[in-house]
Design a protein around this ligand. Structure first.
Ligand SMILES: *Cc1c(COP(=O)(O)O)cnc(C)c1O
Length: 427
């Protein structure tokens, strides 16, 4: 374990160390944000989000979609659309937020391996731009619903699993043959689905979709996916190929990830090498949102077990960041008051939930003088944090603030204790 200070490259673009050594984001000391909005708190650097959206649009062209499941709320929906991105949603709930935010329906793509009649009906009546069809049952469903609703045949992409085993966590790997997603290429199911969709008057088949997984670091896998799909793609004579999302981000000191631009370059080079004439598009989620945010926690107790370890408990945990529990994901941690301090002390940062597994960082490095009341920061929590948050132990979900140019705006308020009762039907 290294006692080095946190690497500033893991922090949002606008992060700065102020004269007293404290952390500033978007021109505001995070200590002030914690006072004003409470903790735990998600702090997003708005300029960072906008810059990544603009980078995606420059790299892939208009039509590139933000994968809303990474982080979604009205403010985020408006931001990504302002920056020229389209949006992909995978449930009726994500679709509802997109429509409520005023995302133009033609810029929405509907995903999902089990879209219900209700979800498809809402998408068809709203007139979404694309539906990514995932199963034969869904083809049947669309064929039944389109004439029934009298809606225009939707533009459709077929999700194909190319048989690529991306080197990422099993739970977020989706391109292998044995997958709940899409039509497998190797079994001939993809070919059959293309035949059915192309012949169907209820849909307008325009392309193929391939998503090999998430938090994938090696651009080579995207190259493999493109070259694996190239012959099939050429044989079906369509014009759009979406390669999904999945490019990894660095969470901790020893990780390095390609930029969105480098990812797009690798994909475009592979397409050219395979003679693919398609319009290539993508759906980044994590690479847009993850590094844009940090979580602020307040240290509540420090428990030293002689000869064993030290537990530092914070006021959140698996309810605001389930990734360590789900995937064994690693995070850095540091103190907001001394960003550049060496971190010689190895501790376990845990949450306040009634589970021993409620760990945020199993072997965190912190400054020697960490104390109760300190403001602790975990960077790179902008994706799959708030969107995966729960009310476990009836812990209210944290607020989300966007900061930019010295101004903070709350975009999702903190849940109140009364919010925890709002669904209870008390006869
Ligand atoms: C999750 C997902 C994405 C986004 O993945 P990231 O790893 O967040 O970039 C894009 N497309 C589909 C179909 C997905 O399921």
């Amino acid at each position: 374990m290294s006692a080095a200070p946190v690497e500033l490259r893991l922090l949002p673009d606008s992060a700065k160390v102020d004269e007293s050594g404290g952390l500033e984001i978007g021109g505001l000391p995070v200590a002030e944000l914690a006072e004003r909005f409470g903790t735990p708190l998600f702090v997003y650097d708005e300029a960072h989000l906008r810059a990544r959206c603009a980078e995606a649009v420059a790299a892939f062209g208009p039509g590139v979609s933000y994968a809303s499941k990474a982080f979604w709320c009205l403010a985020m929906a408006r931001l990504v659309v302002e920056e020229g991105m389209s949006v992909d949603v995978s449930t009726g709930g994500e679709l509802h937020v997109a429509l409520a935010a005023g995302v133009p329906p033609e810029r929405i793509t509907l995903h999902g391996n089990n879209k219900s009649d209700d979800e498809l009906t809402r998408a068809l009546t709203a007139g979404v731009g694309r539906i990514v069809v995932d199963s034969f049952d869904e083809i049947d469903r669309i064929e039944r619903l389109v004439p029934m609703l009298g809606s225009a045949p939707p533009a459709v992409l077929l999700r194909v699993t190319p048989g690529i085993e991306a080197h990422t966590h099993e739970y977020v790997r989706t391109g292998q043959n044995d997958s709940k997603f899409g039509f497998t290429l190797s079994t001939g199911l993809a070919e059959r689905a293309v035949g059915m969709a192309a012949a169907s008057p209820a849909m307008d088949l325009i392309g193929i979709h391939v998503h090999i997984g998430s938090q994938v670091f090696v651009a080579d896998f995207f190259r493999d996916a493109v070259s694996t799909i190239a012959d099939f793609f050429a044989s079906v004579g369509l014009h759009e190929l979406s390669i999904g999302g999945g490019i990894g981000v660095a969470y901790v000191a020893d990780e390095h990830a390609p930029t969105i631009t480098e990812w797009a370059d690798a994909v475009h080079a592979a397409a050219t090498a395979s003679g693919l004439g398609a319009h290539i598009t993508a759906e980044p989620g994590r690479s847009i949102a993850a590094a844009a945010a940090v979580t602020l926690y307040r240290v509540g107790t420090i428990k030293e077990l002689p000869g064993l370890r030290t537990y530092v408990s914070v006021d959140g945990g698996m309810s605001d960041n389930p990734r360590p529990v789900l995937y064994g994901s690693g995070y850095e941690a540091f103190l907001a008051r001394e960003v550049l301090a060496p971190r010689p002390r190895t501790v376990r940062i845990v949450g306040k939930h009634c589970e021993s597994g409620d760990v945020i960082v199993p072997d965190a490095q912190l400054p020697e003088d960490v104390a109760v009341g300190d403001l602790l920061v975990t960077p790179v929590t902008g994706a799959y944090g708030h969107s995966m948050a729960s009310n476990y132990n009836k812990v209210p979900r944290p607020a989300v603030v966007f900061v930019s140019g010295g101004v903070a705006r709350e975009v999702v308020r903190r849940e109140t204790l009364d919010d925890l009762l709002r669904l209870d039907v008390d006869g």
